[in-house]
Every structure is written in structure tokens, then in C-alpha cells.
Design a protein around this ligand. Sequence first.
Ligand SMILES: Cc1cc2nc3c(=O)[nH]c(=O)nc-3n(C[C@H](O)[C@H](O)[C@H](O)COP(=O)(O)OP(=O)(O)OC[C@H]3O[C@@H](n4cnc5c(N)ncnc54)[C@H](O)[C@@H]3O)c2cc1C
Length: 462
Amino acid sequence: MTGASTRVVVVGAGLAGLIAARDVAASGAEVTVLEARDRVGGRMRGVPMSSGVVADGGAAYLGRQHTELLQLVDDHRLDLVSTGMSGESTFLIDDQRTTTASRVPPLDAVALGDLFDRLEDLVETVRPNAPWLTPDADRLDRLSAQRWLVDGIARPDAHTFFPLFLGEMMAADPAAISVLHMAFYLRSGGGLRYLNAFEGGAQQWRIDGGAHLLAEELAEQLGDRVHVNQPVAAIDQDHHGVVVRCVTDTAHRQSEFRADRVIVAVPPLLAQRIDFRPGLSTPRATTATGRGCAIKVHLGYRSPIWREGGLSGWSVSTSGPLLSTVDDSPSDESAGVLTGFVTGAAASAFSALSPAGQRDAALAHVARLFPQLPPPDTCSITDWITEKYSRGCYAALFGPGDWLRLGPTLTEPHGRIHWAGTETSLEYFGLMEGAIRSGRRAAAEVIDAADATTDSSKVLVR
Ligand SMILES: Cc1cc2nc3c(=O)[nH]c(=O)nc-3n(C[C@H](O)[C@H](O)[C@H](O)COP(=O)(O)OP(=O)(O)OC[C@H]3O[C@@H](n4cnc5c(N)ncnc54)[C@H](O)[C@@H]3O)c2cc1C
């Protein structure tokens, strides 16, 4: 247990920050959580549908390997819902609609097999606990995933499938990420096949009622230690402690919080914007660091009516906006919820449309995918590209050169400042599981540092 006099400020009330705060508070220290938005949860967010069902506007899926997340779900007595996948898949390949029992698009099987083999070979070479030490890391970090494809793979259908795959897995445009980042991400998430799978994979379940409930439960436990509408603009430190300064967006009012240690649990592009004094010796993000691009479209129906026609609701299209759809209906079938994913380059184009234009484009697409369905009763769109306090969804994308530049100091404290957030986790980077593991690691660092200070002051007193 740390002394009750140790004061810790946590910046960001996403899953990483809330878990860090929970662990630090449990050690007996005094914790204050500063959150820029008017809500907690960050990239986990509930979207109320008119049926009373709440859909996941941000993070949704989890699998058996996500042990910390499963423990948290259990601790808070939340339930899991299996992702609905029984029935035929629907494909819209070059505007040709087909339905089949297979989950894999009807493209050249040899091309897809070859692409997967090469990706798996690449993923195997990555050093998961130090990607920057991977053999040939220098070259792999400089090369974009797009160049890797163009240089090494000839079959046209592999070129058709690759951006869809990276869009779905990482919300990434292949031109925006390094090969090392792609390979690391796939390795860190449990491997290509696990990450890509629903049954037995990373998309096996959702949290009943929405993943954001976890953040709300954690915040409720922390009570008045959590302060919303507090965007942190500057962090000053010296030998005596840290001063964290917030500037509110609207009234330009400033507030100050003093601490012995700070945990910064915000995405790297946002950490880079904080004014640290003294300044950081290595950046948190570079000009190559990109934003993952994801927009979710939720289509609401009276029930999952596609199931009546033997369809699973799972679809893949080779052109946007809805590159894939998933059946996210509640388990009691009291409503039908089809989630459309707009990712990668398609998301940037979609985000530029007006709200009416986005809705029209989404409804036109779903009518081509499922012509037998009536128009949905509701259509809600969660556009993460324009979210000031996320800057990258599902996660930040490490561009060419980033892993060698940022990787070795990803978790290295800057004096009294410690780092959390899913992008600081080498395990399950970019996922809720990574966020939890990062929060726990940062909390343990702070608790250890406080214990070390207490021990040395005991020695001095004697
Ligand atoms: C559309 C979408 C789909 C996803 N799907 C999945 C999925 O199916 N499964 C999965 O495991 N993961 C998924 N993810 C990723 C998952 O949401 C994240 O990995 C996880 O929530 C990140 O948590 P975090 O605490 O690291 O960061 P965040 O959730 O981003 O939390 C950071 C917090 O810091 C706040 N903040 C930012 N700047 C400041 C500042 N200057 N001062 C104070 N506060 C600040 C933010 O408002 C935010 O609340 C998805 C994400 C999105 C957006």
C-alpha cells in the first residue's frame, strides 16, 4: 500500500485511465481523473437506438484471449452476447451480389491463400515484446504496407482483398502504415486468424447493453475523483512534484491540479499536443503517425429480419461506404441491429459528406446488399474521424519510421509522468484488452515509485 499522502492525477477517462485510477486508488493513494469530454469511456460509447437498445458506437467485440477484459466484465456482473453469425454471408463484389455459406469473399482462393500465407510468415518474424528489434526491422519499418503488396504479390484478387482486410482489422489505409506496424498489430492481437474470426476469435462476443457500461461502472466506483470537461493542456514538473493545467474549451477557464505523479492515458496524437515542461526527450507521435479511420453506421429494424431469409447479416463489399456489416441485434431479438463499418480510405470520403448525404449513401448501399429487407426504421452514424479527443479509431496508426523512433520509449516514464493507453500496450495494441493492460502497468509503476519514495524517506528519518 502506498501512503495516503501520495497524489496521482490520471489524464483521460477512457478504459486505460479508469483502470489505472482504480488500481492506484486501491493502493491507498489519492487519485484525480481529468477527462476532456463531458463523458467517460473515450473510444467506448453507447448509441441509443429508438427501440431502447443501446448499440456500440465504438469498441464492441471481444474474445477468449481477452482475459483482463473478461475478468472486468465478470467483476461488474455484465453479460456477454454472442455475435450473430449463423446463416449465409452476403457479398457485393464489383457490384455483383452473391450469398454463400462461406465467410470468405468469392475471390480467387489461391490469391487469398497466398496473401494469408505471406502475412502469416511476416507476422511470425515480429518480436512481440520489442517490435523494433525484429530482424530486418529497419527495412520493414520504412516500407508501407501498400508497397509491400505491390512489390511482392501479383494476383489481382489479393489486391482487391488486402485493403478490405486491413480496413476491417485496423481501420487502416495500407498506404498509411508501415509493414512493421501491420505485422506487429496482427501479432499483438493474437495472430491473423484469431483477430479475423468471430466464433473462437476476437469478435466472439459483445457486452450486453454496450461496452461503455464498463467505463460508466468504473467511473461510478471512483465517484467524485473523476472530473469531466477538463482538457489537459500543459503539465509542468520539478523535483517537488507536478502541476497539471486544464483549459476548458468554452469559457477558456483554467484549472490546476497538483500531484506527485501523473499517468497520461490519452492517444499518442493527443499526448503529443500537451505542453510538457521540461519537454519530452522523445515524441509520443510523429508526422508519420496517422489516425485509424472508422465510422459506424447502425441500422435499426423491428427484429433481425434478415435471419428469416437465412442470412447472417454479415456482408463484405468491395466498394464503400459499408465495406462490411455485422448482425449486432440483442440476444432476445427484441430489435434488429445491423452495424455497417466504413473504414480506411472509404471513411475519409464518407466523413466529408453532409449528414443527409451519409444517410442516403448508407441506405442506398444496404438496399443493394439486402434488397429483400424493408428500409431500416432508424439509421445512426458515429463518425470518429471528426472526434477531437480521439484522433484515430480504432487506434493510432504507426506510419513509416514510427516503430523505430517511438517504440523503444513507448512506456518509459518522463520523470514523474507515466504513460498508459492502448497504444502503449505491446499486448493487444489498439484493443480494449490492450487499454486495460496498459492501465494496470502504469498504475503498478506509480505504486512502485511511491513505495520507493516512502521507503527512502523512512531510511532518512531513521
Ligand atoms: C469504431 C471503433 C471500433 C472499435 N472496435 C473495437 C472492438 O471491437 N474491440 C476492441 O477491443 N477494441 C475496439 N476499438 C478500440 C478500443 O475502443 C480502444 O482500444 C480503447 O477503448 C482505448 O482505450 P484508451 O483508454 O486507451 O483510450 P481512449 O478510449 O481514447 O481514452 C482516452 C481518453 O482521454 C481523453 N482525452 C484526450 N485528450 C485529453 C486531454 N488533453 N485531457 C484530458 N482528457 C483527454 C479522451 O476524451 C478519452 O476519454 C474500437 C474503437 C472504435 C472507435
